[in-house]
Design a binder for this molecule. Structure first.
Ligand code: PAF
Length: 286
């Protein structure tokens, strides 16, 4: 496995693979890899000949009071995990190379970035869209694989690809959960002591909503699902940042739960750890 920090070198390597007729899949990450990321690499291996994993804690997607400085970093372990998955190259650039002193361009996906995490984290999705577009240019992927846990991010990237006529196929992979239901996230490392069990309120709220919809004999108002969610989060002592029922593609609020409805939530646990989770509300078709 190659470990590449230089922008010129990754571009050269990707262009070489492309000339050789090899299909490239990119798995963009910020490192601190867990089973969720490994599932993305396995999906990448299923569709492409060469897998590039980018590891870059992207400063421009963090707000001034967010956790950029303390974001968990474990580069050596990440390389070992990626190598075991058969990854061909790790791309791990320096911030100063990605964003020189005079950097001033941002990519803004307007409407989809407005609500949910976009409302709580102003500028976050501009930072994500900008780095993802740069990574696409540098690594020339035929496929790019993302997790559905960051479901708003996935919708934004799909829109970016359509709007800018990018020739990359976006693949979304299911959320990977711990045995007790907690969605895997690099930020779970922050969950110490009783925060870890408190954090289960996210998956509990989602399971409860899905069960309620599955058992309901009539149309379910989104407001009912949202108020049940609020109650579960409050009982667990979490601070709800948002709970919404939205259309999976447009991210517009829905009033009645439909087969396209997603419940998406963001909760602060222990006052500081911000976690997100989501799920389709209708049972999956058999
Ligand atoms: O999902 C993430 O880890 C990041 O937002 C991404 C897509 C790697 C961009 O920095």
């Amino acid at each position: 496995m190659k470990i590449i920090g230089s922008l010129t070198e990754i571009s050269r390597q990707a262009a070489k693979w492309q000339r050789q007729g090899l299909k490239i899949a990119l798995v963009p990450t910020m490192g601190c890899l867990h089973e969720g990321h490994l599932s993305l690499m396995r999906q990448a291996a299923a569709v492409a000949d060469r897998i590039i994993v980018s590891i870059f804690v992207n400063p421009i997607q963090f707000g001034p009071n967010e956790d950029f400085g303390s974001y968990p970093r474990q580069f050596q372990t990440d390389c070992e995990l990626a190598e075991k998955e058969g990854v061909h190259a790790i791309f791990s650039p320096e911030s100063k190379d990605m964003y020189g002193d005079s950097f001033q361009t941002k990519v803004h996906v307007a409407k989809l970035s407005e609500g949910m995490c976009g409302a709580d984290r102003p500028g976050h999705f501009d930072g994500v869209a900008t780095v993802v577009l740069k990574l696409f240019h540098l690594t020339l992927p035929d496929f790019a694989v993302f997790g559905q846990k960051d479901f708003q991010q996935l919708a934004i990237i799909r829109r970016l690809v359509i709007d800018l006529n990018l020739k990359v196929e976006i693949i979304g992979c299911p959320i990977v959960r711990e045995q007790d239901g907690l969605a895997m996230s690099s930020r779970n490392k922050y969950l110490l002591g009783e925060s870890r069990s408190q954090a289960l309120c996210l998956s509990k709220a989602i399971q409860t909503a899905r069960k309620f919809v599955a058992e309901s004999q009539q149309q379910v108002p989104a407001a009912t699902v949202i108020s049940q969610t609020r109650e579960i989060i409050a009982q667990a002592g979490g601070k709800l940042e948002y709970a919404v029922v939205v259309n999976e593609t447009t991210l517009e609020n829905e009033t009645i739960v439909t087969p396209q409805s997603m419940l998406a939530i963001a909760v602060k646990i222990g006052g500081t750890v911000r976690l997100i989770d989501n799920a389709r509300l209708f049972p999956e078709p058999e």
